[in-house]
Design a protein around this ligand. Structure first.
Ligand SMILES: [Zn+2]
Length: 731
């Protein structure tokens, strides 16, 4: 079988090589030189460096404000300097809570005191560092001392509360217990508080990342019964960054909000726990049995409550300003020093953070080392490369957000693009970002070889897509939130990418004391082959952006993505209408009532408000106009123009993503200004594309939806004006 396919594969290989013969944005000759440069770059990447550096950077816990964190920054600065970079450490003073009091106890009908401590394991010395380890907690939970009946709310996301309402269960005045997963964690206490709960407990069910998935640590990579996921619960969909300085930099003398007035600190206390600590609480619950889809893998019958389980939750934090140190290392461009390609990864971790974030950080360091070496050998990048190691990402993208807020005018003028990485492991290339960069990233992904299979990482990615029912093409996902690209793209309108390999290094170590060098080198990416693949991918992208004659922004694929999103939003509205019509028919025919088990009563189904028709024509018309303007531009032979013309076009291209912002931002959250991509108000990390329109429809705010259609049409119209200007430049 293999042999029969061989000639066909050869032929396909030949076609794909020809198709990507010339690198986007490079003339034939420059393309050849760039390919040689990239081959040289790839050859010099060393897995040993990644290994050694991870061992050092992840040797001790290094959350924001720790001595070890500062030591890491200084060590990295020394490396950058030795390679020939100009460096600076930009420090901001940011609010960071440290847990002083953590009490969780079951007070009725039996008693149990939660241990709140993960155990050291054999074979992993890092887990035995005792007091050095950061206690498990959720950063930006408010202080609180509450006691109430417990209610199990599944993942604690909007659809779970719909289910509870049907069952006639109210969480008002109660403490909820929710499983991790299903959404970003911060949504759970936010929604619980909106529903009137007075406390929130989040636990990791073994079904999601414990023994139901595989052997637990140290036998296997999954969560043992004592592991606890730390993490921020700041209301990041409102605004990320320092909670006391929304929209401006947390410099030493900045005017700060009072802590009581900071809108992104939770309204109720929230604490994460292990499944060992969750089990007695869940066992003490009675009331209705949880729906089948809510049940986890603990050996018990999952009940919802409320009660008779009653819990006492007491949390107190030390609320202090801590220094967040961002390291910025610059290699000045030879031809266009005022055009910046920015490459970043965070350096702070919850505990040791071997995977999150050090696996990405060491790839960035290796890229920077080799790029500087090539520059010294006579291959200086044309544009300036700016390497950033961010602090305080974990508590809420704080280091990067403060730095961006501090440099907005300069960034708007000089930034070409921002390329982010974070944790990395064995598997498939995951790439998200601005769709104007899709064609370029696809070309790079076809040029990088997968370390295990010997085909390009794009081929592997596409094969994985097909197996999951997708199509055989390389696409960027849209960016929501969850790492440091957010302030760049969604607040400032800088075209951004987020890159990482994964899917074959799954485990339960995320944000626990088990995310260590020992765990990483056994289970995540032994040998650092995918760390090198990441450095290869991100490095080639940075070098192409730095050296391109015409910046590799490609608008045809951008346009078809916008068309797809528009189709999705319109279909959402149609589906909602069909759903409501069907529901109302069943209500009037008494169908729900007839099938209901009288021994398990649920609230009677009510008629729903009909879904109106919205007028999408303002967007449809401008999308059609854009198609024509973009077709004209893509036909132009831009590379044949004079150097001065190309420089003018590059300036125009650099500013195009900014046109997709609206200064007044999204409804109820003006920090988020991008009109194409935003994290969901009720999903957190999960993206909402065309967010103004989409979220208004999902929340059934019909008037707002129609207004947002107008706002989006205006935004796209502005983009069309930019494309027309490009067209006049190529005349
Ligand atoms: Zn991270």
């Amino acid at each position: 079988m293999k042999n029969k396919l061989f000639p066909l594969l050869l032929l396909l290989g030949a076609i794909s090589v020809t198709a990507q013969d010339r690198i986007i944005g490079f003339s034939e000759k420059a393309s050849e030189a760039q390919k040689e440069l990239e081959a040289d770059y790839e050859k010099q990447l060393s897995a040993d460096n990644l290994d050694q550096w991870m061992k050092l950077l992840a040797a001790e816990p290094h959350w924001v404000g720790t001595e070890y964190g500062e030591k890491n920054v200084k060590w990295m600065e020394k490396q950058f300097k030795s390679w020939g970079y100009k460096t600076e450490i930009d420090t901001y003073h940011v609010l960071f809570p440290y847990p002083k009091v953590r009490v969780l106890e079951l007070t009725a009908p039996t008693t149990y005191s939660a241990k709140l401590e993960a155990v050291a394991v054999e074979g992993d010395p890092y887990t035995a560092q005792g007091d050095k380890l950061l206690p498990s907690y959720n950063a930006f939970s408010t202080d609180g001392d509450v006691e109430a009946e417990l209610v199990f709310v599944n993942y604690g996301i909007p659809s779970d509360y719909d289910e509870l309402e049907k069952l006639g269960i109210d969480v008002k005045g109660k403490i909820v217990i929710a499983k991790y997963y299903g959404s970003w964690r911060g949504i759970k206490p936010k929604l619980a508080a909106e529903k009137g709960a007075i406390g929130c407990i989040i636990y990791s069910d073994p079904e999601d990342d414990g023994y139901a998935q595989g052997d637990v640590y140290p036998e296997g990579p999954y969560k043992n019964k004592t592991g606890v996921q730390r993490g921020s619960v700041m209301d990041m969909p409102l605004y990320p960054g320092d909670v006391l300085t929304p929209g401006y930099a947390a410099t030493k003398d900045a005017k700060r909000l009072k802590r009581e007035d900071a809108p992104t600190i939770t309204k109720i206390p929230v604490l994460p726990i292990s499944y060992e600590d969750a089990q007695p609480l869940l066992e003490a619950l009675k009331g209705p049995v949880a729906p089948a889809s809510w049940r986890g893998a603990l050996p018990l019958t999952y009940h919802i409550g409320p009660g008779p389980a009653k819990v006492h939750l007491k949390l107190e934090f030390d609320w202090q300003l801590k220094p967040a140190h961002n390291l910025i290392a610059t290699l000045e461009g030879d031809e266009f020093p005022d055009e910046w390609v920015i490459r970043g990864n965070h350096h702070d971790a919850w505990v040791h953070g071997a995977s999150d974030p050090i696996s990405g950080m060491v790839a960035l360091l290796e890229e920077a080392r080799v790029v500087a070496k090539l520059a010294k050998a006579g291959n200086k990048p044309k544009r300036t490369l700016v390497y950033c190691a961010w602090d305080a990402e974990e508590p809420g993208l704080i280091g990067s957000t403060e730095w961006v807020e501090d440099h907005i005018p300069e960034l708007k003028e000089k930034a070409v693009a921002y390329i982010n990485t974070d944790g990395n492991s064995r598997g498939y290339l995951g790439a998200g970002g601005s769709h104007s960069l899709q064609a370029m990233v696809s070309q790079v992904a076809h040029a990088v070889t997968d370390p295990q299979k010997g085909v390009s990482v794009a081929e592997r990615r596409k094969a994985a897509n097909v197996m999951r029912g997708g199509d055989n093409s390389f696409k960027l996902s849209a960016l929501g939130s969850g790492s440091d690209y957010t302030p760049f793209i969604q607040h400032t309108g800088i075209a951004s990418l987020n890159l990482g390999y994964g899917g074959e290094g799954s485990g339960g170590e995320y944000h626990t004391i088990y995310d260590t060098y020992s765990h990483y080198t056994r289970f995540k990416d032994p040998g650092f082959d995918y760390g090198v693949a990441l450095a290869n991918t991100a490095g080639r992208i940075s070098l192409r952006l730095a050296n391109a004659e015409v910046l590799p922004f490609e608008l045809t694929q951008w346009h078809s993505t916008i068309e797809t999103y528009l189709g999705e939003v319109m279909k959402t509205l149609e589906d909602m209408r069909a759903e409501v019509e069907k529901h109302n028919k069943l209500v009037s025919a008494d169908t729900y009532e007839l099938v209901m088990d009288p021994k398990k009563p649920i609230a009677p189904a009510k008629m729903k408000e009909e879904v109106p028709y919205l007028d999408f024509s303002p967007i449809q018309n401008v999308v059609a106009d854009l198609k024509k303007s973009i077709a004209t531009f893509s036909k132009a032979d831009v590379l044949a123009l004079s150097g001065a013309k190309k420089a003018q076009i590059n300036q125009q291209l650099m500013g195009m993503e900014q046109v997709l912002l609206q200064d007044k931002g999204l409804p109820r959250r003006d920090w988020f200004k991008h009109q194409i991509y935003a994290p969901g108000f009720y999903t957190g990390y999960g993206v909402k594309t065309l967010p103004g329109v989409r979220e208004a429809i999902e929340q059934q705010e019909w008037k707002e939806a129609q207004e947002q259609i107008g706002v989006l049409a205006t935004t796209l119209k502005n983009f069309d004006v930019q494309v027309q200007q490009l067209n006049s430049m190529v005349q």
